[in-house]
Design a binder for this molecule. Structure first.
Ligand code: AMP
Length: 525
């Protein structure tokens, strides 16, 4: 006998259910409305993209790309193992051929070719013209390498060098499907879309917002999921005027205000400019200062001194706080342009009545971030209390192959936003039905169906039981569903043309003609 499997949602994912989904809808509807008033239009990029898009933009050395992405090979032949062999082989060139160990590399290439031939014979993979051609070319170069007939005019060393690079190119030419990842964030996709759809031809800047699920294989806890939702916006192109930074921040704050989010705290900082070198000079100073206190830091921070010193400032470790307080601060090292820009952003925020706190430890570890960074926290979230992170990233579009383009944006963690609203009692209560139609008898059923249609058309939420019930049972059911009214339709009501409406809160009853009932309900609800 087959054992029954009880399926469960995958760790770090969850079902969003009613009535909570009503709150999600309200939050999203408010975002559409508020962002629309700031002139933003919605973009819906795909949920998966080439892995390279994320490793290039988010950064190959970050936790997100390094450990947390859901990556798979989109391979029409299914997983044959050849993709990984192919990747290994490409890496093995760097490992061996670059170090006068050609024979080791060539042995791997021979193995690879034999593997493909074997899988073709066993029909584990299907042949195609591109694969045949790659195989033919590679076999020929391998044979040339072993004979002296290829370009006898060349000196043997040069001859081998030429063939080696041929072989390498031919190995590259094999294709076993693309490596794809579920998006861990959406900024990269929006920039890709800006380039791909030639949005630089539109009036600048282009203002876009998005909402939807993101995927990161993080350790799940309260406020941290593997599938979570973000609402974000990006301003691309045009200038880097400080008023743009301030308006983007004003927009998020307006959105939170509209939702009556409690305990909202906006932190801002400027992290300088990588091209102007003020950041590089600061990072050098920071690194030197960190080296001096290295022994007092934990292993994570010690590692970051080398990989990403700015990230040490993010540390939440109690024991490191005193040390971090003594480190050099970027505000004291900004170049004149960055300092002017930062001062202007603060002034622009003040003109908009946006209250902020300067936080010199607020950094973004990624190179393309520059100048303005901000983070917003809210109450009721424990240690995962950041509901929004954002900043300026003038280099990103160019990094992804587009023209030099200014950019600034933010991402709101929708799950945390919802949690915070729920904690402060802003969640809507379970939405009960407006009218429960209790009917008995075939004639009454026909009337009930018509009544339901009309009431629904007028916008009321109506429950029409599919089978006949005794009135007592029907009223009990109406109560359980939180209905406000029960419309009672029996033989008498139908023949008299007078329908009974029972108000469930106080048990009172009254009779109405069909048109009067609609007028009455519209007044009451
Ligand atoms: P980031 O894209 O990392 O700058 O994150 C922006 C916002 O998304 C954060 O401030 C969080 O509110 C939210 N967020 C990031 N990661 C998660 C996660 N794993 N689960 C829930 N929310 C998250």
């Amino acid at each position: 006998m087959a054992t029954k499997t009880k399926f469960q949602a995958i760790r770090g994912t969850r079902d969003l259910l009613p009535p909570e989904t009503a709150l999600w809808n309200r939050v999203e509807q408010t975002a559409h409305e508020v962002f629309g008033t700031f002139g933003f239009g919605e973009i819906r990029p795909p949920i998966f993209e080439l892995t390279d898009l994320f490793s290039r933009s988010v950064g190959a050395e970050t936790d997100i790309v390094d450990k947390e992405m859901y990556t798979f090979r989109d391979n029409p032949d299914g997983n044959t193992g050849l993709e990984d062999r192919h990747d290994d082989l490409r890496r093995s060139y760097e490992r061996h051929a670059g170090r006068d160990e050609e024979s080791l590399y060539l042995a791997s290439v021979h193995n690879f070719v034999n593997d493909i031939r074997r899988k073709l014979e066993a029909r584990e993979i299907v042949s195609n013209p591109a694969l045949e051609m790659s195989l033919r070319n590679l076999k020929k170069s391998l044979a040339d390498y072993d004979s002296s007939e290829f370009r006898p005019d060349l000196k043997p060393a040069l001859r081998k060098q030429v063939l080696m690079s041929e072989i390498r190119l031919q190995v590259e030419s094999f294709s076993f499907g693309e490596e794809i990842s579920l998006r861990p964030e959406a900024t990269a996709s929006v920039c890709r879309a800006y380039i791909e759809n030639n949005m630089q031809q539109l009036p600048q800047p282009v203002k876009l917002y998005y909402m939807g699920p993101m995927f990161r294989r993080e350790r799940p806890q309260k406020g941290r999921y593997r599938q979570f939702y973000q609402i974000g916006a990006e301003v691309l192109g045009g200038s880097d005027a400080p008023a743009i930074d301030a308006e983007v921040i004003e927009m998020v704050m307006t959105f939170f205000d509209r939702l009556e989010l409690q305990g909202v705290q906006l932190d801002i900082n400027s992290i300088g400019h990588s091209a102007d070198n003020c950041r590089r000079a600061y990072v050098e100073k920071l690194k030197a200062a960190l080296e001096n206190v290295k022994d007092k830091l934990g292993p994570d921070s010690q590692r970051r001194i080398e990989t990403n010193p700015l990230r040490v400032l993010d540390s939440k470790l109690e024991s490191e706080q005193g040390i971090i307080a003594t480190l050099p601060r970027i505000a004291d090292h900004l170049c004149e342009d960055c300092a002017t820009h930062y001062a202007a952003v603060k002034h622009q925020l003040e003109m908009r009545g946006v209250i902020y706190r300067e936080n010199w430890r607020l950094v973004r570890g990624l190179d393309y971030y520059m100048r303005t960074t901000f983070e917003i926290t809210a109450q009721g979230l424990g240690s995962q209390n950041a509901v929004c992170g954002g900043g300026r990233y003038d280099g990103l579009v160019e990094l992804l192959g587009g023209p030099p383009t200014k950019g600034i944006g933010f991402a709101i963690g929708e799950d945390r936003l919802i949690l915070s609203l729920q904690e402060s009692g802003k969640a809507p209560a379970q939405q009960g039905r407006d009218v429960y139609i209790a009917w008995m008898g075939e004639r009454a059923h026909a009337t009930a169906i018509r009544a339901a249609k009309d009431l629904r058309k007028a916008g009321f939420s109506v429950e029409l039981p599919p089978v006949e019930q005794k009135f007592g049972k029907a009223l009990g059911q109406a109560d359980k569903l939180g209905a406000k009214y029960a419309l009672i339709l029996g033989d008498n009501e139908v023949s008299e043309g007078l329908w009974t409406l029972k108000t469930l809160a106080d048990g009172s009853q009254a009779k109405f003609t069909e048109p009067d009932l609609l007028v009455h309900l519209k007044k009451q609800l």
